[in-house]
Design a protein around this ligand. Structure first.
Ligand code: NI
Ligand code: MN
Length: 223
């Protein structure tokens, strides 16, 4: 499978299905060519929480492609009202497919829409595809939830926020990776804005015991 990082928390997983997570393209300073939003092909769009830098261009992408949005019940209600096909989940629940599953897990954060309305509980997501478990943590601080996930699922790869200020910093993120019991780490949610600037050397140092996949926005890796 191929994994592409579009900067911030925006990833595409390409396998027999195309899955987008937190599709923040328009207004994302990390992406030079924001017109990707008009071309990208996708089957499922997962939204971890309602903040604008994660909900992003979900509505536009789902309407153009017919992709199914997957998020918590509150976000799905919001999207369904706007005419998007969507499937509601909530924390701890999963949707099974013939190719794997999508499961929402806890995140410690907020989840309001731009207008301040309630966006439900924030989430991370575990995507089971090609027999691998890929864990995208959404926005979160360090919590014992990581230990719970490490105890209950075999995680092959984790995407961890490292930008500090709104989420964990690199130090806490390395503890989270240890608790999740995975070697493969992709850092995210950093260097998009001034408030979440992190030196790459600091990331490399913090994750020296891990198989660190340090991506540039727009880069694709094969898994
Ligand atoms: Ni957020
Ligand atoms: Mn965020």
């Amino acid at each position: 499978m191929k994994i592409t990082w579009f900067g911030h928390s925006n990833f595409q997983i390409e396998s027999n299905k195309k899955i987008l997570i937190d599709p923040f393209f328009k207004g994302n300073p990390a992406i030079k060519d924001q017109s990707i939003v008009d071309e990208i092909e996708v089957d499922f769009v997962i939204i971890t929480h309602a903040h604008a830098d994660h909900l992003g261009d979900t509505i536009e992408i789902c309407k153009r492609t017919g992709a199914i949005a997957i998020a918590n019940f509150e976000i799905v209600n919001h999207l369904t009202e706007k005419g998007v096909k969507a499937h509601p989940l909530h924390i701890g629940g999963k949707k099974k497919f013939d190719w794997g599953f999508i499961k929402l897990v806890p995140a410690v954060h907020g989840s309001s829409f731009q207008d301040g309305s309630y966006g439900g509980y924030p989430a991370g997501v575990v995507i089971n595809i090609e027999g691998k478990n890929i864990y995208h943590c959404g926005d979160t601080g360090l919590s014992y939830e990581f230990m719970m996930i490490g105890e209950t699922m075999d995680i092959d790869l984790v995407m961890l926020p490292v930008g500090d200020n709104f989420t964990m910093d690199v130090h806490d993120a390395a503890i989270a990776a240890k608790w999740v019991k995975t070697k493969k780490v992709i850092p995210m949610h950093y260097n998009t804005f001034d408030l979440i600037k992190v030196e790459k050397d600091e990331i490399i140092e913090s994750f020296k015991d891990f198989d660190l996949i340090l991506m540039d926005p727009g880069e694709t890796v094969n898994m």
